[in-house]
Design a protein around this ligand. Structure first.
Ligand SMILES: Cc1ncc(COP(=O)(O)O)c(C=O)c1O
Length: 382
């Protein structure tokens, strides 16, 4: 049996999405900015997909700016707000557990002279609202906090964060990449100014995403050139992938409730199964403020590289953290923020499931981990 359990890194493209992309690539190749009928045909599909995505996410059509993915969306949002409001203040806030497409942007802005507060998190990976409250000053112009963490699955208290910003002139950006498909996003109801998404986490292709920007928000483009996306993001729109993203989002939303039940069941099955087999492990994250798709576990009996290799040899494909750090032996900055420089961060694995993950696959993972543990115990007794 082969088990892919790294869906937080990326998901396979849904067959209906591939079909849609192929159809648009083949038959509707017009440049949406061309005024002849072939161009207008391309524009029609672009507009239709924008409407679909906006409707599903509860946004206005003009609030959707297509980007090459969430890295670009995060870069755009953070740099736009920070640089535009420089004269008002140079203090910006984020958390220690953000994805590198946020953290490295803040580091870059620090080099430009911005003052950055990196909020700490508790053992469950949740920020401290009191710390945020005290960090806010008259100089603060931006808070960027992710909704769902990509390594441990913890959900941040978005509404409570927004409440602290309510009477302040502070922009709130949210990286919602890992939330899409697991939580209902109604952009107009959310007290946030900007929100990033990427298609490849919900059955769409890599290299396409969007930044949602509330109407009336001051905005500075990150990529300059043509007048696409209402002059907010230059470059010919990737119409086939945008249509693919719309199809993936539609399909994901249609099945979201049943998928979430399925994922929570699998998570429970996984944890109970390991417990019943007396495997020593601890959960990194929260049992309550969490999504079903990510389960990060600390196995105190084995180093992460050894565990990953043994799982790989049994055709189980998982990772030690985000895809950016998975290829290296760098310890996870998320786990380090949660537990400090503890051995735990070198002995933890992220399992991430998807709607297509089966109970049999979870059972196979439990059996394989049990075998690995038994082998460890035998070696220990030799
Ligand atoms: C939380 C989070 N933010 C941002 C990104 C970056 O998205 P993209 O791969 O579209 O640049 C990822 C994907 O790895 C992610 O998990």
């Amino acid at each position: 049996m082969k088990v892919y359990a790294d869906y937080a890194a990326t998901t396979p493209v849904k067959p209906i999405v591939t079909e849609r992309i192929t159809e648009i690539l083949t038959n509707h190749y017009g440049n949406p900015s061309s005024i002849h009928s072939i161009g207008r045909d391309g524009r029609k599909y672009l507009d239709q997909s924008r409407r679909e995505i906006a409707t599903i996410l509860g946004a206005n059509v003009n609030e959707v700016i297509f980007t090459s993915g969430a890295t670009e969306a995060n870069n755009t949002a953070i740099k736009s707000v920070a640089r535009m409001n420089k004269s008002k203040g140079k203090h910006i806030i984020t958390s220690r557990i953000e994805h590198h497409s946020v953290l490295n942007v803040f580091e870059e802005l620090e080099h430009e002279g911005f003052n950055v507060t990196y909020l700490n998190v508790n053992h469950e990976g949740i920020i401290d609202l009191e710390e945020l409250k005290h960090a806010l000053t008259n100089e603060t112009t931006l808070v960027s906090i992710m909704l769902v963490n990509n390594e441990v699955g913890t959900v941040q208290p978005l509404f409570e964060i927004a409440e602290l910003l309510e009477d302040k002139d502070v922009m709130f950006h949210v990286d919602a990449v890992q939330a899409i498909g697991h939580m209902k996003i109604e952009f107009k109801e959310l007290p946030v100014d900007m929100l990033s998404i990427t298609a490849h986490k919900f059955g769409g292709p890599k290299g396409i995403g969007a930044l949602l920007v509330k109407q009336g928000t001051q905005f500075m483009p990150y990529i300059h050139g043509g007048e696409q996306e209402l002059k907010r993001r230059a470059g010919t729109e990737n119409v086939p992938y945008i249509c693919g993203m719309a199809t993936a989002l539609k399909d994901t939303y249609e099945h979201m409730d049943q998928n979430n039940i399925h994922l929570m069941k699998l998570k429970e099955q996984f944890l109970v199964g390991l417990e019943e087999n007396a495997i020593p492990f601890e959960l990194n994250g929260s049992m309550v403020n969490t999504t079903g798709h990510i389960t990060n576990l600390y196995f105190p009996f084995i180093e992460v590289e050894t565990m990953l290799t043994l799982l790989d040899m049994s055709d189980i494909y998982v990772s030690s953290g985000s895809a950016c750090t998975a290829g290296s032996t760098l310890p996870s900055h998320v786990l380090e923020a949660m537990f400090g420089k503890d051995n735990r961060i070198k002995q933890s694995i992220r399992f991430s499931f998807n709607a297509v993950t089966t109970e049999e696959e979870v059972q196979y993972m439990i059996a394989t981990i049990t075998k690995i543990y038994q082998q460890f115990k035998e070696e220990e007794n030799e």
